[in-house]
Design a protein around this ligand. Structure first.
Ligand code: G6P
Length: 612
């Protein structure tokens, strides 16, 4: 949610920042801007639209500067227009800031500043920060750093703020609370960004700034201070990311690339953990907390969006294999209802980005109430893994398409390993069930690759249905969350209204919608619910509904009954979501592309939602 880039050093700042903003565009893309310090003066360029629009605006202008900040926005306060785009300036125009997050008490501060004579140009909470720092600096006759420190004591909310000040031309100051900030360490230069992707081609050495820290960033020096103004030794980490992983690599869209990467990413998520031949399954983070899992009276899974769907699948897996009662909660709802946490509860937080504000605050709350928190995240070093007691990374690699695909299947891969391992250790899975599952899991990457070969076939189906206005997705058991995920993918990237439902619930409402103009996607692979779902399909067909069914190979009964089939390989019931979701991702992708939409950056969405 909003991407931030900063540069200070010997290079030209503009190209570094511009390229960085393009890399961070998945975080928000309704407007973008840049501030450069040129011979002691700030030059600010801002534009509604994507980073490419900013680039066009700046083309031909003088951009020579060795220090600058940039921002790509996902609007919270104020319309996405040129004025509300960041950077924002102080009243005297000497100080520029970029901000990611929300200042919750901005309205009262703004009112106060207006009374003191400040004039605001736009409607954002962020502009208030620039004026507030200016005001506090003047009132207290203090240095910029001190003014920032005083301001932080007064603002409530989540933020990364990077400040560029004409009076302090040799440094950038950055502060963080609740939103991510990475600083890349170069030779005589530093890079600041919301994640490591803008930094990776310049340096592998990074520092993840912690909440409440202030970073004073000079070309040759990085000074980190905590909230008590004590200097901290920066913990420098090596980036484990390849440049190719954040480029399209010949694919038309990141979403397409990420769908096709799934066999490899699922394999990566199993690598070093699973050895089916030897009957071994090792999850480092789980080992230490195995007793807590085995003895858990209850597990609560907290997540948002697609990760929440992965959580629903995990509920079926964990209840079945480890016989632990599981509740799956939207993190945003859980947090605000004074949640009951009992001794012996284990919290499982699932998040691709590891930065989702709702999930982060929910687990902080649960942790405070004494729960063990286990994080399942993709982005290494992100906030959720850092505040969790233990966890397991999903190893999906950077996911850039806003609609999650490979991160979902990598999450499922980790979650099923947790369920199998805990079930086996607890004795609720027999050795033969355990071994069968391990062998079946090992074959999943190949089965996913098989489904991907159906790409053209699915594209043809997409062509047939791209003009429809509503879709229903239905599944039972493990395939119910798959139905939800299929519906979410379609609405995210094609803007077609789509609902996911448990197939049996259809009779209690959605069946009223069924008619020729409503395609119903059934996930109808062979499992314990198969005969029941065939009946549900009959019910739709009897009412002239159009049915697309995801079935197992060789299922001629359904092939004859429905309008279109996508056949996928059969696997263990608990692993079927990993295979069955693939055709739904491809269906959504192709419909989005056929409708000429930017499937990587769907309107109004952002990949990393760092505001509550
Ligand atoms: C946003 C993204 C979704 C994602 C959700 C949760 O809405 O667009 O793709 O599933 O946030 O994000 P997380 O990073 O916590 O998995």
């Amino acid at each position: 949610m909003c991407g931030i880039v900063g540069y200070i050093g010997n290079r030209q700042a503009y190209p570094v920042i511009l390229k960085g903003l393009k890399r961070l565009e998945y975080r928000g893309y309704d407007s973008a801007g840049i501030a450069l310090l040129q011979e002691g003066q700030l030059a600010v360029h801002k534009k509604q639209g994507k980073v490419a629009d900013l680039e066009e605006l700046v083309a031909g202008k003088r951009v020579q500067a060795n220090i600058g900040i940039g921002h790509t926005r996902w609007a919270t306060h104020g319309a996405p227009n040129d004025i509300n785009a960041h950077p924002h300036l102080s009243g005297d125009g000497k100080l520029a800031i970029v901000h990611n997050g929300i200042i919750e008490n901005y309205a009262s501060i703004k009112k106060d500043l207006i009374q003191k004579g400040h004039r605001f140009l736009g409607d954002t909470d962020s502009e208030v920060i620039a004026h507030f720092i200016e005001e506090i600096k003047r009132q207290n006759q203090c240095a910029l750093e001190e003014a920032i420190r005083l301001v932080l004591k007064r603002i409530v909310g989540a933020y990364v703020i990077v400040i560029l000040d004409c009076d302090n031309p040799g440094e950038l100051i950055a502060v963080r609370k609740g939103s991510p900030l990475v600083i890349g360490i170069g030779k005589g230069e530093h890079f600041l960004a919301s994640d490591a992707s803008p930094i990776i081609e310049y340096t592998q050495e990074v520092v993840y700034v912690n909440d409440y820290e202030i970073a004073i960033v000079r070309p040759d020096e990085l000074v980190l201070k905590n909230s008590s103004n004590e200097v901290q030794t920066p913990y420098i980490q090596k980036l484990d990311m390849e440049l190719a992983s954040i480029e399209k690599d010949g694919y038309d869209y990141f979403m397409q690339k990420e769908i096709f990467e799934q066999p490899q990413r699922i394999f990566d998520s199993l690598r070093g953990r699973l050895n089916a031949q030897k009957g071994r399954l090792t999850l480092g983070g789980l080992h230490q907390y195995m007793d807590a899992f085995i003895q858990a009276n209850r597990m609560v899974i907290l997540a948002c969006g697609t990760s929440w769907h992965a959580g629903l699948v995990a509920e079926y897996m964990i209840e079945k294999m480890a016989r632990i009662p599981v509740e799956v909660e939207y993190a945003s709802e859980f947090r605000y209802r004074d949640p009951i946490i009992n001794k012996g509860d284990v919290i499982l937080a699932i998040s691709q980005s590891g930065e989702t504000a709702d999930t982060l605050v929910a687990i902080e709350e649960a942790k405070e109430k004494g729960a063990v928190v286990f994080g399942v995240c993709n982005v290494v070093g992100a906030s959720i893994p850092r505040v969790s007691h233990a966890g397991a990374y999903t190893h999906a690699g950077p996911e850039i398409g806003v609609a999650s695909t490979k991160a979902f299947t990598a999450q499922l891969t980790v979650l099923v390993q947790i369920a199998i391992k805990v079930g086996y250790e607890k004795g609720t899975l027999s050795p033969s069930q355990y071994f069968n599952l391990l062998h079946a899991l090992e074959q999943i990457p190949d089965k996913v690759a098989e489904v991907l070969k159906k790409d053209q076939e699915i594209k043809e189906i997409a062509r047939k249905y791209e003009g429809y206005k509503d879709f229903l997705f239905l599944g039972r058991g493990y395939n119910f969350p798959v139905a939800l995920e299929g519906a979410l993918k379609l609405k995210e990237v094609s803007y077609i209204h789509a609902e996911g439902y448990p197939a049996a619930e259809m009779k209690h409402g959605p069946i009223a919608l069924v008619e020729e103009s409503l395609p119903v996607v059934f996930i109808a692979t062979r499992d314990a619910h198969y005969s029941k779902i065939v009946s549900n399909i009959q019910e739709v067909k009897a009412r002239n509904g159009k049915v697309i069914a995801v079935v197992n190979e060789g299922d001629d009964t359904l092939r004859e009954l429905v309008d279109d089939v996508i056949a996928v390989p059969e696997t263990e019931e608990a692993l079927a979501p990993l295979v069955n979701v693939i055709p739904l991702q491809l269906l959504a992708y192709h419909i989005g592309v056929l409708k000429n939409l930017d499937v990587d950056k769907p309107r109004n969405l952002a990949k990393s939602v760092t505001v509550e």
